[in-house]
Design a protein around this ligand. Structure first.
Ligand code: NDP
Length: 304
């Protein structure tokens, strides 16, 4: 059986480090002598998508736990694009805010790309603005904000394989801007030989079997089967899918990843569970990006 990669434990360690950095920043009182600097995170949600509300509540709770100034803007579904852009402009100009997160998806009448690109790159703790995307693509992740889910996945990979991933074959299934592409860039920066697969990829199972590191970010429940996994591989399951669970009672559901966990765990060297794998890392890395932003705004060196 493979090693279970405990995302909750690693996420808790990241959060502890963020708390320590936050306390340190406050003690330094850099930009306001005697008062300290409190990292500020603004989360913006438009509409009433239940899953988004759960994510946002978790983010706000963790921000408070870290000692941040945490602000949540909950806007009605029919909020106009201009009003949302105005709010982003205000948050960009607010010195108490170091990180701005717009919860996706936005309602259909709003151009998500326009809203995301309106965020000041230095407050873009989700890493979605073109400046941050470009830096990561140009191999300058050290000065960028890297999207939280791939950044967290990378940390989990390093926990089991160490920091030297040179020459390993990595296959990333999925090419979204949020997960697949930044994940591939991070693995490339770590000197892996990276292949990005997607819905048009031929013979995906055979390709997946070449992977020392296999990342599934597809959104298809349990698609990756045990015989897709190379013996000893590190399997990172980014997928979060809710499927019917009649065994728990009528109408009940359960969460599964994009990997058939029971099968893959028989073959893999290490594997992330769902839930409890990549999911908790995403929020932890958001906190890490926000405290980094606060440090930079205060004129301090970027923490490791
Ligand atoms: P997207 O829907 O944006 O992208 C899915 C990708 O999978 C696309 O590139 C698509 O290919 C590819 N794909 C779809 N079907 C197949 C197939 N049959 N074979 C091969 N590739 C396929 O999803 P996201 O990247 O946003 O999210 C992926 C998963 O990760 C979801 O389950 C999501 O819920 C989860 N997620 C989890 C997070 C966490 O915190 N753990 C955070 C973000 C996402 P193509 O480009 O050709 O269409």
């Amino acid at each position: 059986m493979s090693t279970v990669i405990d995302g909750r434990k690693t996420a808790a360690e990241v959060v502890e480090k963020v708390k320590a950095l936050t306390a340190d920043l406050a003690a330094k009182g850099v930009s306001a002598p005697g008062l300290g600097v409190v990292p500020g995170l603004a989360v913006v949600i438009v509409g009433e998508d239940p899953a988004s509300q759960v994510y946002v509540a978790n983010k706000s709770r963790t921000a408070k736990e870290c000692g941040f100034h945490s602000v949540q803007h909950t806007l009605a579904t029919d909020t106009g694009e201009a009003d949302l852009l105005k709010l982003i402009g205000e948050l960009n100009a607010d010195p108490a805010i170091h990180g701005i997160l717009v919860q996706l998806p936005l309602p259909g009448h709003i151009d998500s790309s326009k809203v995301i690109q309106a965020i000041a790159p230095e407050k873009d703790v989700d890493g979605f603005t073109y400046v941050n995307v470009g830096k990561l693509g140009a191999g300058e992740a050290a000065t960028a904000f890297v999207p939280c889910t791939p950044a967290g996945s990378m940390l989990l990979i390093e926990r089991v394989r160490g920091r030297d991933l040179s020459g390993l074959n990595a296959v990333v299934i999925g090419r979204s801007n949020i997960v697949g592409k930044p994940m591939a860039n991070l693995l490339l920066a770590a000197n892996c030989t990276v292949t990005v697969a997607h819905s048009r990829t031929k013979d995906l199972a055979a390709l997946a079997r070449t992977a020392d590191i296999l990342v599934a970010a597809v959104g298809r429940p349990e698609m990756v089967k045990g015989d897709w996994v190379k013996p000893g591989a590190t399997v990172i399951d980014v997928g979060i899918n809710r499927i019917p669970a009649p065994e728990k009672g009528e109408g009940r559901t359960r969460l599964v990843g994009d990997v058939d966990y029971a099968q893959a765990a028989e073959v893999a060297g290490a594997i992330t569970p769902v839930p409890g794998g990549v999911g908790p890392m995403t929020i932890a890395m958001l906190m890490a990006n926000t405290v980094v932003s606060a440090c930079l705004a205060a004129g301090l060196a970027r923490p490791e």
